[in-house]
Write a protein that binds this ligand. Structure first.
Ligand code: GLV
Ligand code: MG
Length: 308
């Protein structure tokens, strides 16, 4: 990962690159990340004009502290190279990451890395600053996810693409992100865990994909809670109504945050009293040790980033 502090990504707002009204509106919404989409949200006939609209929005827009990402088309199309060249030459200084969809193997990340490096050198941009987000959207991508995560120092996140993924494995349902009827357990557990392990093994963030039933806030919250509980860092949001829920679900609750800070304080106190030696200590009825400190650090870190 090429940033010291991971960028905030609890809510990753999808914005069609072809829609000027949405490109404007997204600048005022409380999403941690916006991704301006040149892929599936743009019909083939508007892809060319969308590239220019995205460049203009990145250069002219006020994106505050949001993480700014553009999703290009995947390498099996003929659009990818022009997407990358137009967007990075036109607005590379105002872009944090490119998102590559339907990644199937590490070579596709290496190819994007090489192209980015050439453009950065040509344009006088700092080499290596623009990161890569890789979407896993089929069985082959999932089987290769370790190599994909390791394919470039630009890699920042692995993103689950449930809609394409469900289609590619022929899952028997039409409702993206919902459990397929007839299966008595969590049909996504393996996929989510596989992505999470690859991400964590390589110091990357793991992001859950979209929930398409935008009029079903309970359904959104349920799927977001599932991936947040495993350790995912955030989820896509397709509608402003989903943003607050994602920000909340992917932040620790106040009680957990307070407890985490308490554990850190108590453990720091014990270790300083014992001259820096680390051992177990009691906090109320709970025994805390170095592993408890690490768990508390994760919760405290997310809480501090969320301003708790
Ligand atoms: C997102 O791209 C998905 O396919 O779910
Ligand atoms: Mg997709």
């Amino acid at each position: 990962m090429n940033t010291e502090q991971p960028r905030p990504r609890r809510s990753c707002l999808a914005v069609p690159g072809s829609n000027p009204r949405f490109l404007e509106k997204a600048q005022h919404l409380p999403a941690d990340q916006v991704f301006l989409d040149l892929e599936d949200a743009c019909a083939p006939l508007v892809k060319e004009s969308a590239r220019h609209a995205v460049v203009e929005a990145l250069n002219e827009g006020d994106w505050g502290g949001r993480t700014r990402v553009v999703r290009v088309n995947d390498w099996t199309t003929h659009w990818t190279y022009r997407d990358v060249i137009t967007v990075v030459e036109g607005a590379g200084a105002h872009l944090d990451c490119l998102m590559l969809p339907k990644v199937r193997d590490a070579r596709q990340i290496e190819a994007l890395d090489l192209l980015l490096t050439q453009i950065e050198k040509t344009m006088g941009l700092p080499v290596g600053r623009i990161g890569i987000e890789a979407q896993i959207e089929d069985a082959r991508g999932l089987l290769n996810v370790d190599a994909i995560a390791a394919a470039s120092p630009r890699m920042e996140t692995i993103v689950f693409g449930p809609a394409d993924f469900m289609a590619s494995i022929a899952m028997k349902t039409l409702v993206v992100g919902e459990q397929p009827p007839g299966y008595p357990a969590d049909a996504y557990h393996y996929v989510l865990m596989r992505i999470l392990m690859a991400a964590r093994a390589h110091g990357l963030q793991a992001i859950d994909g979209p929930y398409l039933q935008i009029r079903n806030p309970e359904g959104f919250r349920e799927t977001a809670t599932r991936s947040a509980a495993l350790g995912f860092d955030g989820k896509w949001v397709l509608h402003p109504d989903q943003i607050e829920a994602a920000n909340e679900v992917f932040s620790p609750g106040q009680e957990d945050y307070d407890r985490a800070e308490l554990i850190l304080d108590a453990y720091a106190h014990v270790t300083s009293r014992e001259g820096g030696a680390k051992g177990a200590a009691m906090l109320g009825d709970e025994m805390i040790d170095e592993a408890s400190r690490k768990m508390a650090l994760v919760v405290a870190g997310k809480g501090r980033a969320a301003g708790l």
